[in-house]
Ligand binder design. Structure first.
Ligand code: DLL
Length: 434
């Protein structure tokens, strides 16, 4: 463990620490961030109303729009001059979301990423092939500094130029791969095309995150690289990667670093807090961040928290795999559907390759969905075979999620490949409006 004392802290000690840090965070944000003060005023609460951890439920949520409304620096609790780094996430519309870090924040982030990497199985001296994008995205630099802190030899390759990535992994003998799961799949495919056997490399672990993925995708990656595929979670607004990660011992649920983040799960429709163990939207509060303290940030990520003791000995609660974002949920003819549910079904389906996109169109007043998925290389290409697979997929999706869909089989290589976060949904509904 990178920080055994913190990672194995007894529950009551952990909660006392959380309460102490939460009080400090709220008092500081109240004093330093005018929009925060106004928000508390509007909700009729004052910092001193927080007496126990449960009292946090009386405080208002923060949402992405708060960051946008105060673009670029309005939510910072320190003068701009004391920031050492800015990151930003590219919003699909309008201005990006800007986040900032003081020196202490960058230090904390490196510690938490070092903790996460060790938790996922990395050891000082290992070589990390870091294929997360470097730049405004938090993935590349977050992994980079955490890996250096843990004592890994870090290869800052970023995304893209995939053939060169395969060569570097081979030449340097990478032990750990950091990439989005969809880009890792792309690397595996390019390696196969080059005749390189990734399974023969010294790689032991893949640290995959930044987008939803599924257990069948995990098995696919484990089989292609001969590794353990680990899940790591985070978001820029809270710190970046390193909010939670799986341990290699259990590979079941991601330990959420509760000494620095307070977690809640709420019903995304009513915002009512849900009991431990129920699925809902993850809400996070930072407990130690200086530049950008976040109170009850609505992540939109759907998950479940569990508190059972873990074989690894860590005491921090685990969040189960994020099944999707509440704003990525598709409603097709009245049925709720997450892209990852479709993925879980398609990956590993005989005759299909794990490359897919969901295309949304308008069919009169109704939304319609078409699954575009590739045939596996080497699968028969004759029309009767394709028709049978398409019919099988249609039938299973209907039985499993209750949605009727069209299935279009693509030739190998036809579905666009990812170099970072995969685009799983192509929304053509506006284009089809009568
Ligand atoms: O994606 C940070 C990150 C980088 C995490 C590298 C892990 C590895 P953002 O670009 O701000 O930050 O996007 C955050 O990505 O709210 C989730 O919807 C999604 N996400 C992140 N990790 C996972 C994961 C980075 N393990 C958003 N499983 C989050 C599912 C994930 N979704």
């Amino acid at each position: 463990m990178f920080d055994r004392a913190a990672e194995t802290m007894a529950r009551d000690e952990l909660e006392a620490l959380q309460l102490h840090r939460l009080k400090q965070t709220i008092a500081r944000a109240y004093a330093q961030v005018p929009p925060f003060r106004r928000k508390l005023g509007a909700a009729g609460v004052r910092p001193e109303d927080l007496k126990t951890l449960a009292d946090v439920a009386r405080f208002p949520f923060t949402v992405k729009a708060d960051l946008r409304d105060n673009f670029p620096f309005g939510l910072f609790a320190v003068p701009r001059e004391s920031l050492l780094r800015l990151h930003a996430s590219s919003g699909t519309t309008g201005k990006p979301t800007v986040v900032g870090y003081t020196g202490a924040d960058l230090d904390l982030w490196s510690d938490l990423m070092a903790r996460s990497l060790a938790c996922m199985g990395a050891k000082p001296g290992d070589i990390l092939h870091n294929a997360y994008g470097y730049g405004l995205f938090t993935g590349g630099l977050g992994f980079h500094y955490g890996a250096e802190r843990l004592g890994l030899t870090t290869v800052p390759v970023s995304g893209g130029a995939t053939e060169r990535q395969v060569m570097l992994m081979q030449d340097f003998g990478a032990h750990i791969l950091g990439a989005t799961p969809s880009y890792a799949l792309n690397i595996a495919e390019v390696a196969a095309g080059m005749g390189v056997d990734l399974r023969a490399l010294p790689l032991r672990y893949g640290c995959f995150g930044a987008e939803p993925w599924s257990d069948p995708m995990r098995r696919e990656l484990e089989e292609k690289f001969a590794i353990k595929a680990m899940d790591i979670y985070g978001l820029s607004e809270i710190i970046g990667p390193g909010v939670a990660s799986e341990c290699h011992q259990a590979q079941h649920g991601l330990h959420l670093w509760e000494d620095h983040f307070l977690c809640e799960v709420i019903d995304p429709d009513t915002t009512t807090p849900l009991p431990l163990g129920e699925a809902g939207e993850l809400v996070l509060t930072t407990l130690t961040k200086e530049a950008l303290p976040m109170l009850r940030y609505r992540t939109r990520d759907i998950t479940r928290l569990i508190e059972e003791p873990c074989v690894c000995g860590r005491t921090h609660r685990r969040m189960l795999r994020v099944t999707g974002r509440s704003d990525d949920m598709l409603i097709i003819r009245g049925v709720n559907l997450y892209p990852s549910q479709v993925e879980a079904f398609l990956v590993g389906f005989p005759g299909l390759a794990p490359h897919y996109q969901l295309v949304l169109t308008r069919d009169g007043p109704m939304d319609a969905i078409t699954i575009e998925v590739e045939l596996a290389t080497g699968a028969p290409r004759d029309a009767p075979f394709a028709a049978k697979i398409a019919a099988d997929v249609r039938r299973h999706i209907k039985a499993m999620v209750g949605v009727s869909c069209d299935v279009v089989l693509k030739a190998p290589g036809e579905v666009p490949r990812s170099q970072g976060k995969a685009v799983r949904v192509k929304d053509l509904r506006q284009a089809n409006k009568p």
